[in-house]
Design a binder for this molecule. Structure first.
Ligand code: C2E
Ligand code: MG
Ligand code: MG
Length: 767
């Protein structure tokens, strides 16, 4: 559509810039400048938000604006024509770019098709621009551009299409101030554009064509500024959200429980999102997993970044809860005995230290009960580990039950349990409690092999040194004393302390004595009851201590308990072998249960006794040691017996269940205990003696009677047919040859020390 020129043109038409040209150039420059500023302030978030399209659109509009201004000063001719063409192209670009810009801003529907259509439309128009005056009609004589007849159609149809798309895209969008301003500007721009396009070609129409873009550009810049501000605000908020997450993550290491952390996180959410109705929940799932959730109780809709903030925060809380559970479990495992579920030793030490500290402040007493099962190791070997584990578990459960919640019960290790009692009562009550605990376990541990529970008590009083180890050790010593004495319960008092010191000293001295050769061996003869000839010797150990000989009863229990008896036994075997060689007599050596316990007992005997001459060796074991039910001990004795060693059952009759089981044992001789000999001469004593002898004979065993002190005893024994007797009356233990009686002549030749004249029933020599 061609339009006639107006006479009142504001343009100078190549003679110099009018005020409109200046305004348009300035506006174009301002827009370019603003876009540049905007681009400079772009951050990652802005870039992603599609602001690039609106910036590009702004640039296209700025180009339109600039070219509008240039049209006003363009000289008619090819330069002016080129400017008009450029303006048309810029217009086309601005119209096309409106689509992706609106789509990005309003998240509108796909714009690919309309973009393609419009690009094709404008490309076709541009291609035809120079060929037909319907599009490009050049300049009129008044210097105003003359538009082709098709120009309004070519320009307005795409504008209508874009308008329709925009209306569709912004439908349903929240109405904001910036949005309202932009809409108003866009409407103004459209009205201006349409008016300019359809108006006859006058200077007023040209003015409208030059001005339409200005409101749109202004609106866009308002929008861009609002958008930049909003995105900046959002970026700031995201930074604060990150800070909040970091704060909660750090707090996770400091708070005591996951619930505390949940509250901290919830408060942060409320503060940051400005929503006091935000609530948090922390729920456990299976396998120590947790799920945390934050939500607005008032149902406020949350923005996507707020939702992802709440999700991240929830994850932090869940992770912290899982970590907390795991650490708690590990800590519990580190302080719990796996078998019994009781506290373990480190937990006991920690607890006792804390309790003593508290008791000092409160000025109260603390008691420690040390409970140990006697013979547990042996019973465990005999009945198997599973049985042992079950017993320990039952003991643990019952200890908890008997001592109640007030006591801290721990497994100290092996078969030892320790209970700590705060605000403990007096010594008498504590001892009574210990006795009750001991008695309570009698039914549980009485079955053979018996494993009685002994209880030792130690008390700490305010003002005493706070020594955790010392207190437990004291209770342990009391327990050992209770075991030794068989009383079942004992209190760690001054007497026990003194006893402990004495035992420690004795142990040290005994150790030194073994090293210094102060364990000496005496020999007591075993004589034929008829002829009183010495038929064998028994080796008996003595301790030469401070110039005096100390008998075994003083130190043997300690030596057995500490294992020193093993080394003593070696020395006795060696001395026994020497005596056997020297006197050409069989020798009996006493062996205690503790020695038999040694895994290499047979090898030890071989080494200390030396090679051969096994038939000259008798090993004396007490009934209780042999009836200990230890397969290992029986096996060792059977091995030695197979080589010719004779096994004698010492102190026979004092054991528990001997008679019935004699047949099973690898025994050749029984040594009737001196208690039976002492009781002889009375009808009852003789009857018992006869019964014992009958059992021995029934099993084909030799009999030796021990402790014969009086002639009547000897007469009775001879009358009952006892072949070999031993006792002070016949010879006391002595370092050399405490022999009274005739030796077989041929063997004694050349051995003056052994040549003791026969002297029947004469008083014995004293060792
Ligand atoms: P035992 O094997 O029954 O030894 C006999 C004990 O009775 C010896 O006491 C002996 O001196 C004592 N005796 C002997 N005749 C009479 C008597 O007529 N009247 C009285 N009242 N006592 C008599 P001793 O030497 O004090 O030994 C005590 C126990 O110590 C021994 O009893 C034995 O079981 C143990 N023993 C001694 N030496 C050793 C050793 O080297 N190793 C081991 N394991 N135990 C030993
Ligand atoms: Mg003996
Ligand atoms: Mg004996």
């Amino acid at each position: 559509m061609s339009r006639p020129r107006g006479a009142d043109s504001p343009h100078v038409g190549g003679s110099g810039p009018s005020w409109l040209t200046v305004v348009q150039c300035v506006v174009a420059g301002v827009v370019v400048g603003l876009v540049a500023v905007e681009a400079g302030s772009w951050r990652g978030e802005l870039r992603r938000s599609g602001v690039r399209w609106s910036a590009t659109w702004s640039l296209a509009l700025a180009a339109v604006c600039l070219l509008n201004g240039l049209v006003g000063v363009a000289p008619p001719g090819p330069v002016g024509g080129a400017i008009l063409f450029a303006r048309f192209c810029a217009f086309g670009a601005a119209v096309v770019l409106a689509l992706p810009a609106v789509q990005a801003y309003a998240c509108g529907p796909a714009a690919r098709l309309p973009v393609t259509l419009l690009v094709s439309w404008f490309a076709a128009a541009a291609a035809l621009w120079w060929t037909t005056p319907l599009l490009h009609a050049g300049f009129g004589p008044d210097g105003l551009p003359v538009h082709g007849a098709l120009v309004p159609i070519v320009e307005l149809v795409p504008v209508v299409l874009v308008g329709a798309y925009v209306l569709r895209a912004v439908r349903g969008l929240e109405v904001t101030t910036a949005g309202t301003v932009v809409a108003a500007c866009a409407v103004l721009a459209m009205v201006t554009l349409v008016a300019g396009a359809v108006a006859p070609s006058t200077s007023a129409a040209e003015l409208l064509r030059g001005l339409w873009v200005l409101p749109l550009v202004a609106g866009l810049e308002v929008l861009a500024a609002a958008r930049v501000r909003a995105v900046r605000r959002a970026a700031d908020r995201r930074a604060r959200m990150r800070d909040a997450i970091a704060h909660v993550s750090n707090a996770a290491w400091l708070v005591r429980t996951p619930d505390d952390l949940l509250l901290t996180a919830r408060d942060r959410c409320r503060e940051l999102l400005g929503d006091p109705s935000i609530q948090g929940t922390l729920r456990p799932l299976s396998r120590d997993r947790f799920v945390t959730e934050f939500y607005s109780a008032d149902g406020h809709a949350l923005l996507p970044d707020e939702q992802s903030f709440l999700r991240d925060l929830a994850r932090v809380v869940s992770n912290a809860a899982e970590r907390h559970t795991l650490t708690t479990k590990l800590r519990r495992a580190a302080y719990t005995d796996a078998l019994t579920g009781l506290h373990n030793r480190p937990a006991l030490d920690k607890h006792l230290a804390a309790v003593l500290g508290k008791a000092e402040v409160e000025s109260t007493r603390v008691a420690v009960l040390f409970c140990g099962l006697s013979g547990f190791r042996h019973a465990n070997d005999l009945r198997g580990r599973e049985w042992g584990d079950r017993l320990l578990q039952r003991v643990a459960a019952q200890l908890r039950e008997v001592l109640g919640d007030g006591a801290f019960v721990a497994r100290h290790g092996g078969d030892d349990f320790v209970a700590v009692i705060e605000r403990a009562p007096g010594d008498t009550e504590l001892l009574a409690l210990a006795r009750r605990v001991h008695q309570r376990f009698e039914h549980l541990t009485h079955r053979s092999p018996a494993t009685p529970l002994s209880v030792g008590v130690a008390a700490w009083r305010p003002g005493e040194v706070r020594d955790v180890d010392g207190l437990v050790r004291g209770a342990d010593l009391a327990m050992q004393a209770a075991q030794r004495t068989g009383r079942g319960a004992a209190f760690y008092d001054e007497a026990l302390r003194a006893e402990f010191v004495a035992r420690t000293t004795m142990r040290r001295e005994l150790e030194a004595a073994i090293g210094a050769g102060d364990i000496v061996v005496h020999f007591q003869p075993l004589t034929d009851s008829e002829t009183l000839e010495v038929v064998a010797l028994e080796a008996l150990a003595r301790w030469r201590r401070h110039g005096e000989l100390v008998l075994p009863k003083e130190w043997l229990p300690l030596a057995e308990e500490t294992g020193l008896i093993v080394e003593i036994g070696r020395q006795v075997f060696t001395a026994a072998r020497e005596a056997s060689e020297r006197y050409e007599l069989p020798v009996a050596v006493n062996v205690s249960a503790r020695q038999l316990d040694e895994a290499d007992f047979v090898r030890q005997v071989e080494q200390s006794w030396g090679p051969g001459a096994w038939h000259r060796l008798t090993i004396e074991v007490t009934e209780s040691a042999l009836l200990h039910d230890q397969a290992h001990a029986r096996e060792a004795l059977a091995t030695l017996a197979a080589r010719g060693v004779r096994i004698a059952l010492d102190d026979f009759g004092t054991g528990y269940n001997s008679l019935a089981r004699l047949g099973d044992l690898p025994v050749h001789v029984i040594k009737v205990d001196q208690a039976f000999v002492r009781a002889s001469g009375t009808p009852e004593g003789d009857a018992v003696l006869r019964a014992v002898l009958a059992v021995a004979r029934a099993h084909g065993l030799e009999v030796v009677a021990e402790g014969v002190e009086r002639a009547e005893e000897l007469t009775t024994l001879v009358g009952m047919g006892v072949g070999v007797v031993q006792g002070f009356m016949l010879g006391r233990p002595a370092p050399t040859l405490p022999i009274r009686g005739r030796r077989p002549a041929p063997r004694l030749v050349g051995r003056p020390t052994a040549a003791v004249p026969v002297q029947r029933l004469a008083p014995a020599a004293t060792a």
